[in-house]
Design a protein around this ligand. Structure first.
Ligand code: COA
Length: 167
């Protein structure tokens, strides 16, 4: 059994490898600092019965963001003020030895539940993600994320879609 925890000193950040050096070094060097400073929160998936220094199976990072509505589709932008609040999925990664076995999907489900609870408490138009490349962008599309017009690596999932699919 696995569980999700907020990143802390109990987790083996150095031992994590997802095959992408920028994501590995973000987790090793930056994630905790950002968490301490209130810039973002990182959640890690670990085995329930893990030892003291828990191996990280996967992680994601969320932060609150403000987006200019002009970057959305015309239909969406028309009914919104100039700047709108949202949540950003800043990072998502799964350890290489656990990839392609559904862990990414478990993390995405946890992201959606977190976004729904943020939305219930403080509002927000949906979830944004910056995909690191086209392969990553293709990973997000089956979950309903749509690339922004003229920004193919920035994707948006409206809160309505999250409510319809994950509530
Ligand atoms: C991308 C990543 C998070 C996916 O996690 P994962 O645990 O391997 O993915 P899952 O096993 O949950 O896959 C879920 C589904 O997505 C599909 N999928 C995986 N990668 C895909 C891609 N690039 N394009 C389209 N579909 C993809 C799988 O086939 C699976 O579909 P299925 O349930 O119909 O079989 C993981 O491979 C990873 O960490 N990669 C390196 C870092 C990275 O690229 N992160 C994205 C940051 S922008």
């Amino acid at each position: 059994m696995c569980k999700l925890e907020s990143l802390s000193a109990d987790h083996d950040r150095l031992g994590f490898d997802c095959g992408s050096e920028p994501l590995n070094s973000y987790l090793r060097q930056t994630a905790r600092q950002h968490q301490t400073r209130g810039i973002s929160t990182t959640y890690v998936l670990v085995e329930e019965a893990a030892a003291i220094t828990k191996a990280i199976i996967g992680f994601f990072t969320l932060n609150i963001c403000q987006v200019a509505a002009e970057f959305l589709s015309e239909r969406e932008a028309k009914r919104l003020p100039r700047n709108v609040p949202a949540v950003k999925l800043g990072r998502l990664a799964v350890a290489t030895d656990s990839q392609k076995s559904g862990v990414g999907k478990i993390l995405i489900a946890a992201v959606m539940q977190t976004v729904l609870s943020v939305f219930d408490k403080v509002g927000g138009i949906g979830l944004f993600v910056d995909a690191k490349d086209e392969y990553a962008a293709d990973y997000y599309k089956p979950f309903g994320f749509v690339p922004l017009p003229e920004r193919p690596l920035e994707l948006f999932l409206p809160i309505k879609t999250i409510q319809d699919s994950w509530k």
